[in-house]
Ligand binder design. Sequence first.
Ligand SMILES: Nc1ncnc2c1ncn2[C@@H]1O[C@H](COP(=O)(O)OP(=O)(O)O)[C@@H](O)[C@H]1O
Ligand SMILES: [Mg+2]
Length: 544
Amino acid sequence: MLSGRTPILILKEGTEREKGRDAQHNNIRAAMAIADAVRSTLGPKGMDKMLVDSMGDVVITNDGVTILKEIDVEHPAAKMIVEVAKTQDAETGDGTTTAVILAGELLKQAQDLLEQDIHPTTIADGYRMASIKAIQVLDDIALKVKPSDAATLKRIAETSLTGKVAGSNKELLADIAYKAVTAIMEKDGDDISVDIDNIKVEKKQGGSAEDTELIEGIILDKDRVHTGMPQSVKNAKILLLNTALEVGKTEIDAKIEITDPSQLQKFLDQEEQMIRDMVEQVKKSGATVLFCQKGIDDLAQHYLAKAGIFALRRVSEKDMKKLAKATGASILSDLDEITAKDLGKAGMVEERKIGDDKMTFVTDCKKAKAVSILIRGGTEHVVDEIERGLHDALGVIGVAIEDGKMVTGGGSAAVEIAMAARDYAATVGGREQLAIEKFADAMETIPRALATSAGMDPIDMIIGLHKAHADGHTHHGVNVYTGKIEDMKKLHVLEPLRVGRQAVRSATEVAIMILRIDDVIAAKSAGGGKGGGGGGMGMDEDFD
Ligand SMILES: Nc1ncnc2c1ncn2[C@@H]1O[C@H](COP(=O)(O)OP(=O)(O)O)[C@@H](O)[C@H]1O
Ligand SMILES: [Mg+2]
């Protein structure tokens, strides 16, 4: 039997540990620091951040998730907040700053309650109840939008692009995003699904942002392997190959001993013959275009060119899959197995000069509609910012179409939630009531931040918004350009319902998770990498 009163140490030397209030306090502070880092970027009037990495590379952006991905965050609670941004981005493509600010604010408000000795579990319960209410409110105030309603869906895209890309490009990008998403959406009865991964985005510095265009087909950032090959192929029959058109690159190391020159010649002849045979097989299949995932030997390039076959090498696996889908080709790993059925079809495969580079365009694909977007812009920063903006625009149009629902922005939905939550709190009573009220306050950090970004007084703004909403103006929010409280529906400041839902849900979840931690046990690891976490560690108590 275990006996005695000596403490049993189960943690390695150097392990750091924080308990109770200290742990909570530090976690909350770290989370708030992350929220503060992105707060000033919120909305069309949000500021940009210039990020310089350890290599001296500069990124200028006001995109929440980009900022958080770029900065190296150490603290475990801060990392959890960064995860919220990533989830928000993956699920909806937008609303990352909002989600992070909300999470930080929920924790800040919780701190007041902790100081009044309200138990974290009670706060967590209140927050959970409030978030359910919030989502109900969002569902109630949501407006319908149909996939065919191009004008409205483009407005949703424009809202997500505001403040991200130069104003003049907003309409163009919204238009491109709408066309791209509607081209690849899949209908199954009344269900529509959109997988924006099916839209290929390529960027090429040069020209100007207005040259950004939608291509009906697939663009590959590659030029043909041999200038003797045709520059364009009409009614292309496409072979997709994922083995190399080379010899001698065997998996096993073979050693060949050559004792006299004639042997060497024989060996080379043999190698050449093998390459010729390979090209002959490609030719015999009837293929006029070859996309090879691996390398193509110089000699093979020569013979392919002679055969009038257009070929690219080292095409990425992702692109091979897209090509297979769009052209109906199968990806083959064995030249002996080609049948006519395996070849894909496209109306045109051609190499075009874009800026200083050459790219390959596979258009008029026969099997499935494929679209690509070619981003142009004068500088690398412009191209990158357009890429990020486009990502948001594609995301919001996609989820708005999938759900068929949207809400108004400019803080209008947040105020509606806050006011409903306060009414609800009164009916709940007890200590949870206090937590629900704090949740309401946290929601209003969104219109506050928007007001602040526009140089308005946030308190006046909130008072004004309360009045407007009490008078039944559900869609009134902050017009950051005029400094007035206006109808966001009329101003077409629209967002997908899912963006708001996801932001409320994940901000609440992470706030609760962080609140419930009262013990941080961090292993002293070299890189500060994978510490903490594991269950059952917090028990180095005495056996009394
Ligand atoms: N024209 C506008 N007027 C007022 N608010 C706007 C306007 N356009 C966007 N917003 C608001 O800006 C916020 C989004 O800002 P953004 O910087 O894109 O952050 P996030 O990363 O959360 O999407 C939303 O609350 C949205 O309603
Ligand atoms: Mg946004």
